[in-house]
Design a protein around this ligand. Structure first.
Ligand SMILES: [Ca+2]
Length: 428
């Protein structure tokens, strides 16, 4: 029964998604009991998209009951959930351009955020000091996350969280993940006595000042202001304490920085770079890497990965273990550098030593063409997905090495043009 309902829900949401009112067509091989078969064929005859969404909600209500959600929340809150077609289009939205580090960084690390972060530092100084003592995470990092996620609480998102999560749970693409997040959100309403009408967030269900998904809220959020309720929308102290607890649990190393900007010698061997290639500081010392003021980077017993997100014309960074903790909040190299540098700036450190280069705005299609070309030339970068990821950068680096170019793995315009001009081998 459960299986049939699940199948129905999946089909429902596909049809809702496409906007075509098709009848459900469950696979007969999956219907193995006569009762179930009857339900399935009834659905084939009568189910409208609305009815199918309603059926999906009924299925989710069964899951909620099993998960221990109260009767009231299961019936009133989950039962009253609305399907939001817009959420599905946002989920399917594909970017047209490959975002450059320069664009990303300039939009996020700006004077407004730095100054606002410093104001918030002053506002919460004593409390942030206590959090550092208890969780080992310095104030500036908590402020940087807060600033990047919601502009210090000034934009927490407007989508009703339960509607978003139910809509995504009833959609095929990531149904299991969002069903699980939905259950956590419903349990949170019970546990924290939250008003579901006030639970608004991003279209994908991230909530409050620090945009926690329900599972993170459930597991890591703490009552910072000690009023007996964990409320990540209304309490800045709850949000800051929760961020500190979250980072501590993700493995934040107290006493260490996220990383730092570094200077590289002209003759630098860029094949040493890459997020997944951390090396001991002694190795970087030998390779001529220094602080931007020319001083040695030191000999602490830690590893760092060298990042050149905008190619050799842009700034270079050594990223330490805490950088990987930041990436567990949001798995994007650009995001990690933005959090780290914004934190430094809020703490009063200086701006980047290098001007960010103007980089070409490649379309995703152009990136795919570049990937196809690399594959055709035998520099295997995997499926041409239009994403400038580690595989593509490695392929570009191999091409650059073969042409005696600076092997920074970045497709600057001259590299892109040189690559596209290459004739493909005749046997390909
Ligand atoms: Ca509280």
């Amino acid at each position: 029964m459960q299986t049939v309902l699940k199948k129905l829900s999946a089909i429902v949401c596909c049809s809702l998604l496409s906007g075509i009112s098709v009848a459900a067509q469950p696979d007969a091989s999956d219907v193995n009991a006569s009762g179930e078969q009857e339900i399935a064929s009834k659905a084939q005859v009568v189910a409208s998209p609305q009815a199918m969404f309603a059926q999906c909600v009924v299925d989710l209500q069964g899951q909620a009951k099993t998960a221990g959600v109260s009767k009231r929340v299961t019936e009133e809150v989950l039962g009253g959930a609305r399907y939001k077609e817009k959420i599905i289009s946002l989920d399917r939205n594909q970017p047209e351009f490959v975002q450059t580090f320069t664009d990303y960084f300039e939009k996020r690390v700006n004077t407004w955020r730095i100054e606002k972060g410093q104001q918030m530092m002053a506002k919460h100084r004593a409390f942030l000091g206590e959090l550092n003592k208890e969780y080992g995470v310095p104030a500036q990092y908590l402020l940087a996350f807060w600033g990047l996620e919601t502009n210090f609480g000034s934009y927490k998102g407007k989508s009703p969280v339960i509607d978003s999560l139910v809509t995504l749970a009833c959609d095929n693409r990531r149904s299991r993940y969002f069903s699980s997040e939905l259950m956590q959100a419903l349990l949170l309403i019970d546990r924290e006595k939250l008003d579901d009408k006030k639970m608004v967030g991003s279209w994908a269900g991230a909530m409050g000042h620090t945009q926690f998904m329900p599972s993170a809220y459930m597991k890591y959020a703490v009552d910072g202001d000690k009023d007996g309720q964990i409320n990540l929308w209304d309490s800045e102290q709850d949000a800051l304490a929760s961020a500190a607890n979250f980072l501590k649990n993700l493995g934040w190393q107290s006493g260490y920085k996220w990383g730092r900007e570094v200077s590289l010698p002209d003759s630098f061997d860029y094949t040493l770079a890459g997020k997944n290639e951390p090396k001991a500081l002694s190795v970087w010392n030998c390779a001529g890497v220094t602080r931007t003021d020319g001083h040695a980077i030191g000999n602490a017993d830690i590893k760092g990965a060298l990042l050149v997100p905008a190619g050799h014309a842009g700034p270079s960074f050594l990223a330490y273990k805490n950088f990987n903790v930041i990436l567990r909040w949001n798995n994007s190299e650009y995001y990690g550098i933005a959090v780290g540098h914004l934190a430094d700036r809020i703490a009063g450190l200086s701006t980047l030593s290098k001007t960010l280069p103007e980089l070409p705005d490649y379309t995703v299609d152009e990136m795919r063409q570049l990937q196809d070309k690399l594959n055709g030339l035998g520099f295997d970068v995997g499926k041409a997905d239009g994403i400038l990821g580690p595989g593509t950068r490695s392929g570009i680096r191999q091409f650059q090495l073969s042409k005696d170019m600076i092997a920074d793995g970045y497709p600057a315009r001259d590299v892109f043009d040189a690559l596209m001009e290459q004739p493909l081998p005749s046997n390909s």
